[in-house]
Write a protein that binds this ligand. Structure first.
Ligand code: SAM
Length: 264
């Protein structure tokens, strides 16, 4: 089967890396794991040596058939044939589920954002992504890579930047380095009712990265000039700041104030 770049098919060919990912994930006996994109099963096999149950979602028709044959005698494995983005993530992630995946590059950010929407979030998510994406996810406040993606995930997860995996460990070789990161839920993640306003404030702020919040936040639906200064005052945030200057907690305060203004 010819690897499909449209499905981000870069298969791990170094079993040592699969073992390293599983060790880094902290998966142990008794754990339930969700794997996204099992491919030819390199990581799946390593996971089945440790976890009690693995659910693996594969979109590719040919690979799904291959996996069914390859793992037919594995009672701990449930194979799901489908596009993970079409599935309800909350049915795949039960409380305590650990996610472990070598994610297809083209959908990696959408997948991690979906994982952040599940409540309660997965016990951990150890995912391999393009190194540049990992840098955006794990960037500290004020860093040039600090972005809407960083903040949206920071409301839910803490990020451990893990380790780099070079192109030679894959077939076909990607053009870029990858990084395996670990996302672990915060003790007090942003509560679900606050997430919509939080998301709107974050996306609106970063839509004009170089501008002060005074300008970018005027793009919020339903906001007036007076409303914006009330919102900033209530949240205790200076409107001369730029989006990369604010921590996720400050965005959470802005989101709460915005919610009170639009839903009085
Ligand atoms: N886990 C394998 C490994 O480490 O060798 C394969 C990883 S490869 C980077 C990504 C896998 O995700 C491929 O098998 C691809 O077919 C699958 N995939 C791509 N898009 C998908 C989607 N939307 N839903 C589920 N699987 C997908």
């Amino acid at each position: 089967m010819k690897p499909k770049s449209s499905l981000g098919q870069n298969f791990l060919k170094n079993p040592g890396i699969a073992d390293k990912i599983v060790a880094f994930s902290g998966v142990e006996q008794g754990d339930a794991v969700l794997e996204i994109g099992p491919g030819k099963g390199a990581l799946t096999r390593a996971l089945l040596e440790t976890a009690s149950r693995v659910v693996a979602v594969e979109k590719d028709d040919g690979l799904f058939e291959l996996l069914k044959n390859q793992f037919s005698d594995e009672p701990g494995l449930t194979l799901v044939h489908g596009d993970v983005l079409d599935l309800d993530m909350s049915t795949l992630v039960s409380p305590g589920t650990k996610v472990v995946a070598n994610l297809p590059y083209n959908i990696a950010t959408r997948v991690v954002l979906r994982l952040a929407e599940v409540s309660p979030p997965p016990a951990s998510a150890v995912v391999m992504v393009q190194k540049e994406v990992a840098e955006r996810i794990c960037a500290p406040v004020g860093h040039s890579e600090y972005s809407a993606l960083t903040v949206l995930l920071s409301g839910i997860f803490l990020c451990d930047p893990g380790f780099v995996v070079g192109p030679k460990n894959f077939f076909p070789q990607p053009k870029v380095d990858s990084r395996v990161i670990r996302l672990v839920p915060r003790q007090n993640p942003l509560p679900p009712p606050e997430r919509d306003a939080y998301r709107r404030v974050v996306l609106c702020s970063f839509s004009q990265r170089r501008k002060m919040l005074r300008n970018s936040l005027m793009g919020l639906p339903g906001i007036t000039k007076q409303g914006l200064s009330d919102l900033a005052c209530q949240a205790g945030i200076g409107l001369e700041k730029r989006p990369q200057d604010l921590s996720w907690e400050e965005y959470a305060r802005l989101g709460r104030a915005y919610r009170q203004i639009i839903i009085p």
